[in-house]
Design a protein around this ligand. Sequence first.
Ligand code: F0G
Length: 469
Amino acid sequence: MSETPKTMGQQFGRRSWAEPWKIKMVEPLTVTTREEREQAAIEAGFNTFLLKSKDVYIDLLTDSGTGAMSDRQWAGMMMGDEAYAGSRNFYHLEAAVQKYYGYKHVVPTHQGRGAEHMISQAVIKKGQIVPGNMYFTTTRLHQELAGGTFQDVIIDEAHDPSNLHPFKGNIDLDKVQALIDKVGADGIAYISVAGTVNMAGGQPVSMENIKALRALCDKHGVKVYLDATRIMENSYFIQQREEGYANKTIAEIAKEFCSYTDAAWMSAKKDSLVNIGGWLAVNDWDLFEELRNLVVVYEGLHTYGGQAGRDMEALAIGIEESVQDDHIRTRIGQVLYLGELLVDWGVPIVQPIGGHAIFLDAKAFYPHLKQVEFPAQTLAAELYLDSGIRAMERGIVSGGRDPKTGDHYYPKLELTRLTIPRRVYTQAHMDVVAESVKAVYDQRESTRGLKMVYEPKYLRFFQARFERL
Ligand code: F0G
């Protein structure tokens, strides 16, 4: 590598920032040899989900449940009230959700998909459309299992990895209006809004857009539900990019955003800095009643929903830490640092750089591979082979199959995600990651694709197996 990595300050034309914490406990990493990784990749069917973590060096599979908790959160774990009913930790969690997200009623769940399952079962009627700003794997599956049909209403710019629109997560209001005209408000279950949009590359939704969506939906009596999984990161982009928000805090921005929606579900394993947990929150009492009925069937009593008391305490504290401006600046600053290095070196990534991950543009890496030769899966495998870094496919494998036709969905974006856990790795780790990506990029022309040799029925990307072509 000929170029020396620049300091953060040099990159952004100001003095450098540093993490607003220091490290109290460390966990050793394993470094493997190329031969060991070849063996492990074959055993894992070239699927990074099937690797054992002991064979992984820097783990960028996901930012879900992989964050480091603070000393305050660990202290909170010791204050777990493990009563079956009415645990005090639930009331702390409920109060934190009400304070920082602003919804009235809270139902805890074991993680995000538990919440997705219940909200889908509670409100989707068979045959209804669920418009959303790009699909997410588990979200869409629960909508489909409840009898709904997901329809993408994100702006077209989101499907173009090099388009520099500052809010590529925005909903295209004309697409929503056209759908309402076509199927009527009754034909729509609710608008499924995520901020940031994971599959688009961690791209944000603007405040102007959610406000306008609210107005349009009010006109027609359509509900707006939020996937709040990374709404704090979304709020950072609003603060940085949207007029009128530069002097508002992340907490203020997030609460305003949520106020334009009727309900939210949450995978607390991301923004909220915990290893497990989630919730559903709604303003409508009748819907709350329905969800409280469902939670005891699928998750656990309505005051724990699949979490231990200690988990809920760590989550309540994590929510408060997640809205701190210096925390979010550091978290996204690290993602930007890695992304800027790769851009400088000419590596094709989704731009603008998103909140939780760098998304490598696998189609641009491997223009010689057809989409059914799984370019993004191939790229994730090559990265692992090069350095032991674990990434995740976010392309045709994650896209799955259309339940009506049985064919692949063929998403326009064929991406490999380098997901950055919160408060876990240092800037030096990011340098090592960038250098490995560059090495794989330099080998791109001689890289062969993969064929799928085992395909599970649901969410196939988790357990599918591949062989080299
Ligand atoms: N919504 C979004 C936007 C997500 O990113 C996830 C999970 C979920 C819902 C489901 O939540 O995992 O707690 O059940 N995303 C993880 C990822 C798995 O790696 O992006 P969960």
